[in-house]
Each structure stands twice: as structure tokens, then as C-alpha cells.
Design a protein around this ligand. Structure first.
Ligand SMILES: Nc1ncnc2c1ncn2[C@@H]1O[C@H](COP(=O)(O)OP(=O)(O)O)[C@@H](O)[C@H]1O
Ligand SMILES: [Mg+2]
Length: 294
């Protein structure tokens, strides 16, 4: 029997002019039907690339890819379109929602693409938004919603066509920890109550530990697979892992901050203060990793 979701020796090379980036370097992983797995790893390690291959957004350069029991290794663009429409729901790291459309319309959009009738669209979009606790926010546009609410609209939109698999790329990335844990609760609900297989990329080790398994990715390969257990101290992440994760998080924050100053979205004084704070943290984690012999 073939796997439900499988990547076997998957390689992804991005070519940009004369330079090549090897985002995935012979990656192997499997996910069973009904599982909820977390993918963790430093920024740039290939998490989004893997999710995009599983979601039929991009095709691997080499290797085998199975999604929901279908071999999509050599799928045509049309096949991939159908995979995206009917089989996989995808919550992207950025640009989840169309800013000019209401919450309702954003959920309705994938249903229109699937040629679902108007009445049925209304029924399903309203039901999904209600499940996500947004029955009083249907007519709001994304910028009239909080970050957590927007992310819940994105989940509802990803579920619109009742996909078997839900892919979520750092769904709590920009949220404070409390809002983030609410989002994760909804994703658990999607997994447990609706039986969707969920593959979630996260930087947050406490969120990862709530999943059935944790796949750790480094330099375009899965380097470890672990089963977390809430009550088992020994299964907690090692200090090395924690320091690595914290360092990755800080680097990500620095990147975000740098983009904010470039785009004029932050006052220089605040930028300088936060940047210095992050630089200090970065040094602490780097020194810790150094002490641990890495
Ligand atoms: N479309 C692209 N073109 C060129 N390089 C890319 C593209 N997408 C990703 N990469 C590169 O591939 C590597 C992995 O990226 P990504 O999968 O986004 O990492 P992660 O999600 O873990 O932060 C990075 O070095 C990144 O710069
Ligand atoms: Mg990413």
C-alpha cells in the first residue's frame, strides 16, 4: 500500500539567472491519513518549498511526491490545478486573503472556482465562518479584522471545498501567543472533528509539541522525526533544539524589522531600539549554541 502523503528523495532547485538555490536536497517524509504533523526548522530550511510541493503550487525538480494517495510526481498543470481545488486546502504564509473582498466573499471564492451553485456557496461559506467563530464578521474586509480573525477566515477559505488535506504555513507566525493558541485550537478541531490531515509549519515549539509528530527540517532535508508526549520530560526538545529555534526566530524577527524600516513602516527610534534588543538576543543564542559545541 502506498503512503497517504509521501515525499521521497525530493529535490527542488530554484534557478535565478545563472545562480541556483537548492531548497530541498533529497527530502524524505511520510504523513498518515488523519495525522496532524508539525514541520519545524530554521528560516530558509525549505519548509515553505515542501508545503508548496505538497500543495501542487510548485513541482519538485526530482523525486517522488504523493498527496492524499495520488502520485503527483509527473502531474500536469491541469492535474495540479484540480489538486489545489479539490484535494488540498492551503493557508499561505502571506497574502492569504483578497483585501477588497469581505470575509464571506473570500471563503466563497474557491467555491466559485469549483462552480458550486450560489445557494450552496452561501450555505457553506456561512457554515464555515460560523464554525470559525466569525458569524458576526462575514461582511468585514480583511483590514477590518484582527490578525487572529483574518487567519480564521483563511482557514475557512482553505476548507471551502472540503479538502482531505490542510496545509498551513506558519499560521500563527504574526500573532501573539494567545491568539496563536486559539488558531491552533481551531486547527486541532479541523483535524479531530472533521478528520482532515493537517500539515503545519511552525516556529513555535510548544505548538509543535501539540501535534502527533514533529518533522524537523534542516538544509532541505528532514533530519529527525519525533513523537511528542505532553507528560514526558525526556521527549521535550533538547537545549540545542530550543536554542536553534530561538535563534531562527530572532533572525526572522530581524528580517521582518529590516523590511519594516525599508518600507517606512516603523519609526527609526523604535527600529533602533528593537533592532539592538534583537541583536543582543541573537548573540546570546549564538553563544549558547557555541558553548554546546555547535
Ligand atoms: N521562488 C524562489 N526562487 C528562488 N529561491 C527560492 C524561492 N523560494 C525559496 N527559495 C529559496 O529556497 C530556500 C528555502 O526557502 P523556503 O522554503 O521559503 O524556506 P522556509 O520556509 O523554511 O523559510 C531559501 O534559500 C530560499 O531563499
Ligand atoms: Mg517559509
Amino acid at each position: 500500500m502506498s503512503a497517504y502523503i509521501q515525499a521521497k528523495d525530493v529535490v527542488k532547485v530554484f534557478r535565478m539567472g545563472s545562480t541556483e538555490v537548492q531548497a530541498l536536497r533529497g527530502l524524505n517524509c511520510e504523513v498518515e491519513k488523519g495525522e496532524m504533523v508539525a514541520i519545524v526548522g530554521a528560516s530558509g530550511s525549505g519548509k515553505t518549498t515542501l508545503l508548496n510541493i505538497l500543495g501542487g503550487i510548485t513541482r519538485a525538480t526530482a523525486g517522488l511526491t504523493i498527496v492524499a494517495g495520488r502520485d503527483v510526481t509527473n502531474a500536469t498543470p491541469k492535474d495540479l490545478g484540480l489538486l489545489r481545488r479539490d484535494v488540498v486546502g492551503h493557508i499561505f504564509q502571506e497574502l492569504n486573503l483578497i483585501p477588497t473582498l469581505t470575509a464571506f466573499e473570500n471563503v466563497e471564492l474557491p467555491l466559485m472556482a469549483a462552480k458550486v451553485s450560489r445557494g450552496e456557496r452561501k450555505k457553506r461559506a456561512e457554515k464555515l465562518l460560523t464554525i470559525m467563530g466569525l458569524d458576526d464578521r462575514m461582511k468585514h474586509k480583511p483590514d477590518e479584522l484582527s490578525g487572529g480573525q483574518r487567519q480564521r477566515v483563511a482557514i475557512a477559505a482553505a476548507l471551502a471545498n472540503d479538502p482531505e488535506v490542510l496545509l498551513a504555513d506558519e499560521p500563527t507566525g504574526d500573532l501573539d501567543s494567545e491568539t496563536g493558541s486559539i488558531i491552533v485550537e481551531y486547527l486541532h478541531k479541523v483535524n479531530k472533528e472533521f478528520g482532515k490531515t493537517v500539515v503545519m509549519v511552525t516556529h513555535d515549539s510548544s505548538i509543535a509539541r501539540q501535534c502527533d509528530r514533529i518533522l524537523r527540517i534542516q538544509d532541505g532535508k528532514i533530519i529527525s522525526v519525533s513523537v511528542p508526549s505532553q507528560n514526558d520530560e525526556s521527549s521535550a526538545l533538547s537545549r540545542v533544539d530550543i536554542a536553534r529555534e530561538q535563534l531562527a526566530e530572532v533572525k526572522l524577527e530581524i528580517g521582518k524589522l529590516d523590511r519594516m524600516i525599508q518600507t517606512g513602516n516603523i519609526e527609526p527610534a523604535e527600529f533602533a531600539e528593537r533592532r539592538m534588543d534583537l541583536a543582543k538576543k541573537k548573540k546570546v543564542f549564538e553563544e549558547e549554541l557555541h558553548r554546546l559545541g555547535l
